[in-house]
Design a protein around this ligand. Structure first.
Ligand code: ATP
Ligand code: MG
Length: 429
């Protein structure tokens, strides 16, 4: 196929073999969030470029080099959303649903776009499920967010492969003071810094803390520590969060170098990381952003949230072979019919069955074929049972009920008795 007709690099089709796992993952998260009282919000995929510049910050990786930005036909600069928090804040402000201190516990899901170097676990279109909470400023809600992700890892069977990393960034004033101390320390050792970090020293010095360059990391050992600059309120908040995690028995490690890439965070930041995916080890990340709503033109409003990367979690489930076995079967019953009269009867019967057993996954053979070839298709479909109707069955008003996975012998079932018979048999598996 000509290259111009292929998918854009880093943007993937999710094929029918993969969608059952995606749907299972998405449904598991959705029902978990329902259980904690979170409500779904859906935002557009395209927003004004200004929104992301203002919220994420001009000197972050995302805004500097990762956004898909273009002018539309009116000449307005638009951007494919690189993340969901900015859009979500815009939406709650636009609709006034956080006014007067109203608490909102929201979640969203969908594609995000970043022009990064594609590799395993890193794509240009990827998918997130994100959660944002407004107007709750205590450590209890930070703890709830972490608790619900911990429950999710439990449901997915991933608790043993993820670690919670935690840090506090303090208030923006505390960060300004820390920033000055860090810049002073590093400026005195400028010749030892790598090029990237030199550049960041003036633009976004806190990002130097998570530099991957070993020499820079060595240099940082003696650098001033963010924890020593925390304001009293942030310190108390962080202690409150840790006490709750301890009480709930959730293990965590404090990572004093965890700063997150976005400008808007304050106080709590956290990441769930795994060592099972190579360099792309963060599967879920978030934190508190109490200043963001005001920065975007609203009243002061506390905010906290996280986003998880669906691709990375799906990869993790696949690579550890922790995909639930039930997902490999997408059809329960395969209906074979031979001859025109039998086909008509099968069609009517199958619709009656769908009325009575709405959860049964029934595939009616299409395209005719011999007795043998239809049963072959039934077998290949991974269905548990085949139903068979030919001239004889038609005359006797019965259906051949054929277990396909060694669950007993074929038998004839009267049409009237078929729904109950199927229900009983499908219940056993
Ligand atoms: P990373 O450090 O891996 O670049 P990030 O800090 O840029 O991640 P966030 O903006 O916090 O990521 O997004 C939250 C989550 O979304 C990440 O933890 C990850 O699981 C997922 N994610 C981010 N960027 C990508 C991407 N390009 N491809 C796939 N998943 C991604
Ligand atoms: Mg990134």
């Amino acid at each position: 196929m000509s290259k111009s007709l292929q998918a854009i690099r880093g943007m993937n089709d999710i094929l029918p073999e993969q969608t059952p796992l995606w749907r299972y993952f998405e449904a598991t998260v959705a029902s978990l969030l329902d259980g904690y009282g979170y409500r779904q919000i859906r935002m557009p995929i395209v927003e004004a470029t200004e929104l992301f510049k203002r919220s994420i910050g001009e000197v972050t990786d995302i805004v500097e080099k990762e956004m898909y930005t273009f002018d539309d036909r009116n000449g307005d600069s638009l951007t494919l959303r690189p993340e969901g928090t900015a859009s979500c804040v815009r939406a709650v402000l636009e609709h006034g649903i956080t006014g007067g201190g109203q608490v909102q516990k929201l979640w969203y899901q969908g594609p995000m776009f970043r022009h990064e170097r594609p590799q395993k676990g890193r794509y240009r279109q990827f998918h997130q499920i994100g959660v944002e909470v407004f107007n709750l400023d205590g450590p209890d809600i930070d703890a709830e967010l972490i608790l619900l992700t911990w429950r999710l890892w439990g449901e997915l069977g991933l608790r043993d492969v993820v670690t919670l990393e935690l840090n506090s960034l303090g208030s923006s004033e505390a960060r300004v003071r820390y920033r000055e101390a860090l810049v002073a320390f590093l400026s005195a050792r400028l010749e030892l810094l790598d090029e990237d970090s030199k550049r960041r020293l003036t633009s976004n010095p806190l990002r130097i803390l998570d530099s991957k360059v070993p020499e820079t990391q060595a240099l940082l050992t003696d650098a001033p520590k963010l924890a020593d600059y925390l304001d009293e309120a942030s310190r108390v908040h962080f202690e409150g969060l840790k006490a709750r995690l301890d009480a709930a028995g959730i293990p965590y490690v404090i990572n004093p170098k965890l700063v997150r890439g976005l400008d808007y965070y304050c106080k709590t930041v956290f990441e769930w990381v795994t060592d099972q995916l190579g360099a792309q080890g963060t599967v879920c990340a978030g934190g508190r952003y109490d200043g963001l709503v005001e920065q975007m033109g609203g009243k002061p409003t506390a905010g906290v949230g996280f986003a998880m990367g669906i691709e990375r979690l799906v990869l993790l489930l696949e690579s550890l072979e922790r995909v639930p076995a039930a997902l490999s079967r997408q059809i329960d019953v395969y209906f074979c019919a031979f001859g025109e009269a039998a086909e008509l009867a099968a069609l009517a019967l199958s619709e009656t069955l769908r009325d009575q057993l709405p959860h049964m996954r029934l595939q009616v053979n299409a395209g005719g074929g011999s007795f043998k070839s239809q049963l072959k298709k039934a077998d290949k479909s991974a269905a548990l049972f085949a139903l068979v109707v030919g001239d004889n069955e038609l005359a006797e008003r019965v259906v051949g009920f054929k277990p396909l996975r060694g669950q007993g012998e074929q038998q004839n079932i009267a049409w009237d008795a078929l729904p109950a018979h199927l229900a009983a048999n499908l219940n056993q598996v």
